[in-house]
Design a protein around this ligand. Sequence first.
Ligand SMILES: Cc1cc2nc3c(=O)[nH]c(=O)nc-3n(C[C@H](O)[C@H](O)[C@H](O)COP(=O)(O)OP(=O)(O)OC[C@H]3O[C@@H](n4cnc5c(N)ncnc54)[C@H](O)[C@@H]3O)c2cc1C
Length: 415
Amino acid sequence: MPSHVVIGGGVNGLSVAWHLAERGADVVVLDKGRIGGGASGIAGGIVRNYYRSEPITGLVRMSVEMFEEDPEAYGFRQVGYMAAVPERQVDDLAAIRDQHERAGYESELVTGADACREYLTWRWPDWEAPVEAVLHERRGGWADSMQTVRRLAERARAAGAEIREGVEVTGFDPGAVTTAAGRVECETVVACPGPWVEPMWRLLGLEPVVEVDGERRPLVTYIKAQEGEFALEGAGLSGSAGAEAPVVHLDQAGPLRSDRDGRVLVDGPWGIYFRMGRTGTGITGGGLPVYLGGPPLDPYGPDNPEHAADPGFTDFFTSGLATALRRFRGRAGDWRVTAAGGLLTHTPDDYPVCDWVAPGVYAIVDSGHGFKTLAIGRLVADDLDGGEPLLEPFRLGRFASGALHVASQGPYPWT
Ligand SMILES: Cc1cc2nc3c(=O)[nH]c(=O)nc-3n(C[C@H](O)[C@H](O)[C@H](O)COP(=O)(O)OP(=O)(O)OC[C@H]3O[C@@H](n4cnc5c(N)ncnc54)[C@H](O)[C@@H]3O)c2cc1C
């Protein structure tokens, strides 16, 4: 049986390791820190099939099926997912609804301002934001990020994979990776470095650059996702329908005015996403990504001030909530907030890369969708065995050939 070293103990690396080990391969996962120490451990864990590019629709459906097989183990809350959007995004939602139909993934589309208002006020009588379309995926929701990481690690170990934490890969030799703790021999390497893709490319002797439309562009752009936990005395997300509120993704044509002082915070399209907090109280959500050029990657997470949410994020997010639901209006001074940020990478078309990148080295280049694409590990394991047609649209060569994924009209690179 072939032997593999998987670099990275995030959701991508652990999912690949599990599915390779399950096929009987010898698998060693190496992580320079601890499992979940990268983007996977701090993600909001939202799971939705809200993508304008068709090839990812089936992959997300497969991922949702993985969560559905074992929801408690992953900490998966299948509360549903609603995207509510303005006029310019109605065509996107109609196209995504058709994609769902073709992929066998149930969803419901509501169009027209009045019908949307009726749909939303049925759940939240004080819904305010004007929208022209709502796409409701009842199979979506959110997963506890560290619980998902631990579950994947458990499955990988149970299938026979070995996970070594605190082991940094520092180089590549033919038939082995080098680490401070010595060489680890293997036939193939699967690199799943999350945000550390640029240093990984350099270790491989590759330039982290791709050609897009004849122009040299960075393989990845660094984005700071801004998220937080928000609590307001006497006002949460519960509505008249009783059940736990679905995850909501609200986009607006703009501008966004501050609920604190009426100032224009965003003079154009904007969006937020929000859900109930982990304990069933409060609100967890985010929006307004910040593009960063070459930020320091280590230490990763809350200990690095450059990864933290910007000072204006709280006003932005709570003003967005006040636009959505009347109960939050005029309460700007009352919120208790723990804001956080997190660094992630996006490729030039905002979709991941799954491909051979050097002799014996396969890579997953993350583009910020790891929980929604949890099943990628299974497909990559198939790919290593000889080619997986579902991954053809995710090859590196798509940038040079112009076969990029379709972009949505949304304000941010999430869809
Ligand atoms: C704030 C935030 C919110 C997010 N919200 C969502 C969401 O709601 N839904 C969703 O689907 N996605 C979300 N994402 C994106 C998601 O977190 C990522 O797509 C996913 O975690 C990427 O997983 P990964 O395994 O590729 O990378 P990571 O989880 O970053 O794992 C990479 C691992 O590689 C290790 N590593 C790197 N270099 C080396 C080396 N040289 N040697 C050994 N080990 C190495 C690192 O230590 C790290 O543990 C969010 C991301 C952030 C930051």
